[in-house]
Design a protein around this ligand. Structure first.
Ligand code: FEO
Length: 167
């Protein structure tokens, strides 16, 4: 079954969103490492790596289905964060945006009878639920720490453990 031009465009845009997430998390990792928070840095490096895998999964699906890939520019992410909490808030907001776009795409593929794409996209729906929960969890912890240096250093260590556990 041949996919519509609109859905092809949407899949390409979704892949671009994953690449942006990879680049954004790499930028946040650099913010943390440059400011002495190596644990948070490791956490975001791991997130960046995972986003690259999400993009590759989409790419491989497109190649398997003979869906043309369209290269697009990847926007420069922000780096002027006011605090560690701001980094996590930005990440949580972006994950919610990505979830909304997957849901919108899922609705379209379902309405157009693209059952194969529907089955493929289910993995992302679940992944987004987990990623949102992860970022929300860290936003809550960082909010509690309220920029207290001792609490931040403790959470920095916890973030390293979380990054190592996911490997
Ligand atoms: Fe792959 Fe976190 O969006």
């Amino acid at each position: 079954m041949k996919m519509s031009a609109e859905l092809i465009q949407n899949l390409n845009e979704q892949l671009n969103k994953e690449l942006y997430a990879q680049y954004m998390y790499l930028t946040i990792a650099s913010y943390f490492i440059e400011n002495g928070y190596d644990g948070f840095g490791a956490f975001f490096l791991k997130q960046s790596e995972e986003e690259g895998e999400h993009a590759m999964r989409l790419f491989e699906y497109m190649m398997e289905r003979d869906i043309p890939f369209t290269p697009m520019s990847i926007q420069a992410p922000p780096k002027d964060f006011a605090s560690p909490l701001a980094c996590f808030k930005t990440s949580y907001e972006y994950e919610q945006e990505v979830t909304r776009s997957y849901h919108a795409l899922f609705k379209k593929v379902r309405e157009s009878g693209e059952y194969d794409a529907e089955e493929f996209l289910l993995w992302y729906i679940k992944e987004q639920r987990e990623e949102e929960a992860l970022m929300r969890h860290w936003v809550e912890k960082l909010s509690m720490a309220d920029e207290n240096p001792a609490a931040l250093l403790f959470l920095d260590k916890e973030a390293r453990k979380a990054a190592e556990k996911e490997e």
